[in-house]
Design a protein around this ligand. Structure first.
Ligand SMILES: NC(=O)c1ccc[n+]([C@@H]2O[C@H](COP(=O)([O-])OP(=O)(O)OC[C@H]3O[C@@H](n4cnc5c(N)ncnc54)[C@H](O)[C@@H]3O)[C@@H](O)[C@H]2O)c1
Length: 266
């Protein structure tokens, strides 16, 4: 599917994938490596990052430990990547966290704002000036369908993923064009440790919303969108219809969501 649309070659490019030792991140790293990129796999744990990097095709690839919610962590991962692999062409700001149920605790909100909000801002500050100067860059934000719609059982996940979408859109308007392209990835349920290790209620909500995809399906959709220079990546295409229904009639949409919530929580 992706090949039919390929109109620029990623071979030899340097890519960073944050949350790269996790489900969607490691699939993204594998697809970028298969396209000929040299990949820096970034995650909280160095061992997991290096193990993922070590399993990728081609190379050289590296694994790095960094907390992307920390500006110093992002600066150092960018510096390490550029020193060891070369200037960054593709940055996938993909790391994400589960942020509690219901209204959540303050710590859930803080984690969400750090990882789903500021991590993208720190990354933009660190890599966009160089990309714009070189007139080539691909900046991918992994948000969520919850950033367009809702994760009914987590206020913090919903609000902070809306922030991810807003930041990606803002960056695309301010810095898009002239060779730099932006993408915002908004899947529903994907079979990753985040979902499989999460609560049974979150899993039942995701199942009620639609099919659970494999991480590789999401990575394939991202690669196609990069090739087509298409901003919004909807691995579950039905999300487009849900979003249209939301903007067409908010009260009807909210009533439908309340019914779905009752069904999911029994
Ligand atoms: N799985 C789903 O159903 C689903 C749906 C929509 C969106 N998403 C989003 O996709 C992205 C990837 O999630 P996943 O499903 O692969 O989950 P995952 O838990 O398998 O992977 C997330 C990775 O991010 C890493 N991470 C967390 N905080 C970090 C930090 N501060 N610094 C660096 N790394 C950090 C984790 O260690 C983990 O390896 C996330 O942004 C998530 O919110 C997932």
């Amino acid at each position: 599917m992706a090949e039919a649309h390929l109109d620029h070659d990623l071979a030899g490019r340097v890519a960073v994938v944050t949350g790269g030792a996790g489900g969607i991140g490691s699939a993204l790293a594998a697809h970028l490596a298969a396209a000929g990129c040299r990949v820096a796999v970034v995650d909280l744990d160095l061992g997991r990052a290096e193990e993922t990097a070590g399993g990728l095709a081609g190379g050289p690839h590296i694994g790095l430990a960094a907390d992307v919610g920390d500006p110093g962590g992002v600066e150092s991962l960018v510096g390490d990547t550029e020193r060891r692999l070369g200037l960054i062409d593709i940055y996938c700001s993909n790391a994400g966290v589960i942020t509690g149920q219901g209204l959540g605790a303050d710590a859930d909100w803080e984690a969400g704002w750090r990882v789903h909000g500021m991590a993208h801002v720190h990354a933009a500050r660190a890599v966009l000036p160089g990309m714009r100067e070189r007139r080539f860059g691909v900046f991918v934000v992994t948000a969520s369908a919850a950033g367009l719609l809702m994760m009914m059982q987590s206020a913090a996940y919903t609000a902070t993923k809306h922030a991810s979408v807003a930041i990606a859109e803002w960056l695309a308007v301010n810095y898009g064009g002239d060779g730099v392209q932006f993408h915002c990835v908004c899947p529903q349920g994907v079979l990753t440790p985040m979902v499989l290790g999460g609560s049974a209620t979150a899993e039942s909500e995701l199942k009620a919303a639609g099919n659970l995809l494999e991480p590789g399906d999401v990575a394939e959709a991202v690669m196609a969108a990069i090739a087509e220079r298409r901003f919004l990546v909807l691995p579950h295409p039905e999300v487009h219809g849900y979003e249209q229904a939301k903007v067409a009639d908010r009260d009807r949409w909210l009533a439908g969501m309340r019914r779905l919530l009752h069904r999911v929580t029994g």
